[in-house]
Ligand binder design. Structure first.
Ligand code: FAD
Length: 549
């Protein structure tokens, strides 16, 4: 009811919310989702290839398409709508955007112009415990400016942008992939749907969470968990300088722990309510969560809703799959972005996840295309297993409640207050990477060790909550994280020997070894380098990494 009242002036948003809720109901339905088979295989060779690469889905597809165009590949983007950014900024840490400049996609001036808001300090709050930090996820990027600037460069370099073109099916041939799409030309107010096809050596699927290619790959599987997000951007807040990265001030209710986020934005102040849950049929709807947002926002921000001028409402359903990143099912097709589950299950920052990996992805895709390493096994190396992402599942589970579970109402707040309190004491080199979805073995071990010394019963508290299987599975990833960290250290020390050795090997061999080196680097979180951090160590433990070639 509250949502309908406070968002009555945004009828299109209410409509979109209803559609999102229908999708959420479908995800929770006990019967498995109806699957459309969109990818098939044929053993005949294509006589002609139109492009080197086709990128289906233009939002985060554009930076990928542009970097490949800069590297000399012939690229086309298929986009269902008109390729333009949304109004709401993407928050990210400034340093994570360096790939855009290093890969010559933006000049430093253009990057500075794309960052339209910056704010400090940043608060983390659980119950009464407050921790303050700065320079983490505190830069707001304007998606409209960013995508328009990248789009103009892409077109200038000869990239082909096919808008209002909906991907329908793909047929994988031994030498390429043929993509069939429906072009929806609006001429004289008449919609004119036409089926068309184009072909390329490689199809990159960047069609988001509902990508038909990714859904087929996942075989209609239910997500292992979901993050629901609702919020608004509004003016009328008396205070709008500081930000909350994550804040929680209520006990468990509706079998959910509510987390909040708030930050200054160009159009006002953005506030989000988000929660982690499973996709059980009886879970709350998105609209009910929005009602909860409007009920609790006055307490959270110390305002009344009537004093706000709500500019826009925002929401999202982020399905997370343990089996991520998505392993390619076919030769010549790879999924990236949200659809591939590349981001941490703790965050809905898919833009940040893509930017963090942009240099790595650009190198890997360029090499794969140039060396024709486009079979399924080679493409799998582009999105490798990352133990540092897998360990975050335990944290996500410990921040959520099962549908029929009875937990002490303050258990989650208390646990998070204790763990983050330890991180704060260990300093920025432990706290900051974690807040940016980069979990490292040393800092994680120190945090867990100190937390269990302080609260020896911590394990017994979380065991019934997360379950034995989750804990055992976590241990496996934790051990792998340690192993990846050790191997990455060995590789780093031997780079002067490795590089000349590798340059004498075949391109396909080089492709595989470089992917393995990156997998250890990124899988151990050692790609993180605290440029902006006053506490940056002098030791070689944290090394800048910009690709090896
Ligand atoms: C409320 C909210 C706040 C967020 N805040 C942040 C933030 O602060 N920082 C951050 O890093 N991330 C944030 N995100 C997440 C971020 O927006 C996504 O991770 C990012 O947009 C994912 O990009 P994508 O290209 O993978 O998928 P999408 O954004 O879903 O884009 C998919 C693209 O594919 C196109 N497409 C879909 N189907 C077809 C088809 N059949 N044929 C052709 N084209 C198709 C779509 O039109 C679209 O352009 C937020 C998301 C939401 C909802």
């Amino acid at each position: 009811m509250l949502t309908q009242t406070y968002l009555a002036h945004l009828p299109e948003t209410l409509n979109a919310l209803k559609q999102a809720d229908d999708r959420w109901t479908e995800l929770r339905s006990p019967s498995s989702q109806e699957l459309t088979q969109v990818v098939s295989k044929l053993n005949t060779t294509l006589a002609h290839l139109d492009y080197d690469v086709i990128v289906a889905g233009g939002t985060l597809g554009l930076p990928i398409a542009l970097t490949l165009t800069i590297q000399g590949h012939k690229v086309a983007i298929l986009e269902r709508g008109i390729l333009k950014g949304r109004e709401q900024e993407w928050n990210i840490s400034r340093d994570e955007l360096r790939g855009l400049v290093e890969l010559n996609m933006l000049t430093q001036e253009e990057l500075d112009q794309a960052i339209v808001s910056e704010f400090n300090p940043i608060r983390i709050k659980f119950g009464d415990r407050e921790i303050w930090t700065k320079d983490v996820l505190n830069a707001g990027v304007d998606p409209i400016y960013l995508l328009e600037t990248l789009k103009q460069k892409f077109l200038k370099l000869g990239g082909k942008l096919i808008e209002q073109a909906t991907f329908k099916t793909a047929t994988v041939h031994p030498n390429g992939t043929e993509i069939h799409y429906e072009s929806n030309n609006q001429s004289n107010n008449q919609s004119n749907n036409q089926s068309q096809s184009i072909s390329a050596q490689l199809l990159i699927d960047l069609m988001g969470h509902n990508s038909p290619v990714a859904l087929q790959s996942r075989d209609g599987e239910k997500p292992d968990s979901v993050c629901l997000v609702v919020g608004t951007c509004a003016t009328g807040y008396p205070e709008n300088t500081t930000a909350d990265l994550i804040a929680s001030f209520t006990p468990i209710q509706n079998q959910c722990q509510y987390f909040w986020e708030a930050f200054p934005a160009r159009a006002g102040r953005t506030t989000y309510l988000f929660t982690y849950l499973d996709a059980e049929p009886d879970r709350i709807s998105l609209e009910t969560l929005f009602d909860e947002y409007f009920r609790l926002l006055p307490t959270y921000q110390n305002i009344t809703i009537d004093q706000l001028d709500i500019k826009r409402a925002l929401f999202g359903i982020f399905p997370c799959y343990k089996d991520s990143p998505l392993v390619p099912d076919w030769d010549r097709i790879v999924s990236l972005g949200d659809g591939s589950g590349a981001q941490s299950p703790l965050s809905f920052g898919g833009f940040g996840a893509m930017m963090r990996h942009l240099i790595r992805l650009s190198d890997a895709l360029n090499q794969a295309i140039s060396t024709d390493c486009l079979d399924r096994a080679s493409l799998e190396l582009i999105q490798p297993y990352q133990p540092n992402l897998q360990v975050t599942w335990l944290f996500q589970k410990s921040m959520s409640v099962k549908l029929k579970q009875k937990l002490p109402p303050e258990q989650i707040n208390q646990l998070l207050a204790d763990v983050f309190g330890e991180m704060e004491q260990l300093g920025d080199l432990v706290l900051k990477p974690f807040l940016q979805d980069v979990v490292q073995f040393g800092p994680l071990t120190q945090t867990l060790w100190r937390s269990s010394l302080k609260s020896p019963l911590i394990l017994f508290k979380i065991l019934p909550q997360v379950g034995l299987w989750t804990l055992l599975d976590w241990m496996r990833h934790f051990v792998n994280l340690g192993f990846y960290t050790a191997v990455d250290g060995i590789i780093d020390r031997n780079i002067p020997v490795l590089v000349p050795f590798l340059s004498a090997q075949s391109p396909a061999f080089q492709y595989r070894i470089y992917r393995a080196i990156e997998a250890f680097k990124y899988g151990s979180g050692k790609d993180y380098h605290p440029h902006n951090n006053e506490d940056a160590p002098d030791n070689e433990d944290v090394q800048p990494y910009g690709g090896l070639q």
